[in-house]
Write a protein that binds this ligand. Structure first.
Ligand code: A5P
Length: 241
């Protein structure tokens, strides 16, 4: 049997790891921690597992089945909203961060609904990204993922187009319709450049058939950004944790 050589960490991966490590330093004994989804959040899960092995006591609430499985495999104790209604600190990735406002686009990993529920229940919402994700205006690099129910997908799609979106249904790597943890579909909505993301979030949310959008407006308390120059923290450095 030939040994599988792990692929070397790319520069971007190294930046994601640096941002994750910096944010995980915020975790304190006894906290309930929201556990994000995606490649950057996976570095945070690894750092959380290491701190847990070192003796830090905390419990996690995961934002996806994928992250729950990874956290469990690494020995992180998990809890649920049935036991803890409030989360002290959530650490999650993002697909775009608007540098002046810290508004976000999330959901390219497909977990936006649980991510937004977890963010809304968090006293502190920390975002971890590599520098490529910082943008002057949301929508410039990635579409806005919109989670919709399967029934009536076509009129929901048309309503999103009426808002100016170029709509593409999300597919799995096998080319089948992508199904979220909640059993819904995702429509990726290109808006080119979004001048009023708060207005857009509100208008998308009013469409019947929409479950949630990947616009996270006014939710991030701090953003850890890593690039070749190191890690910097944006937002209020004195925000309560
Ligand atoms: C998951 O649904 C997303 O919101 C992720 O947080 C986001 O896509 C960032 O993922 P990466 O860290 O893999 O870029």
């Amino acid at each position: 049997m030939s040994a599988v050589t792990p692929s070397p960490e790319t520069e971007r991966d190294a930046h994601k790891r640096m941002a994750a490590e910096a944010a995980v330093k915020l975790v304190e004994d006894g906290m309930v921690v929201g556990v994000g989804t995606g490649s950057t959040a996976t570095f945070a899960i690894e750092a959380l597992a290491r701190r847990h092995r070192e003796g830090l006591r905390f419990m996690g609430i995961p934002t996806s089945e994928r992250s729950a499985a990874r956290a469990t495999a690494l020995g992180i104790p998990l809890t649920s909203f049935a036991v803890h209604r409030q989360i002290d600190l959530t650490i999650d990735g993002a697909d775009e961060v608007e540098r002046d406002t810290l508004n976000l686009i999330k959901g390219l990993g497909g977990a936006l609904l649980r991510e937004k529920i977890v963010a809304a229940a968090s006293r502190h919402f920390a975002i971890i990204v590599d520098g490529v994700k910082l943008v002057d205006r949301l929508g410039s690099r990635v579409p806005v993922p919109v989670e919709v129910v399967e029934f009536g997908l076509e009129p929901t799609w048309a309503a999103l187009e009426a808002l100016g979106a170029t709509v593409r249904p999300r597919l799995s790597p096998e080319g089948k319709p992508f199904i979220t943890d909640g059993g819904n579909r995702i429509l990726d909505c290109g808006f080119a450049s979004i001048s009023d993301p708060g207005w857009l979030e509100e208008r998308i949310g009013r469409i019947v058939g929409v479950v949630e959008s990947g616009l996270f407006i006014g939710r991030a308390d701090s953003v850890f950004v890593a690039d070749a120059a190191g890690v910097r923290r944006l937002g209020n450095p004195h925000a309560a944790i």
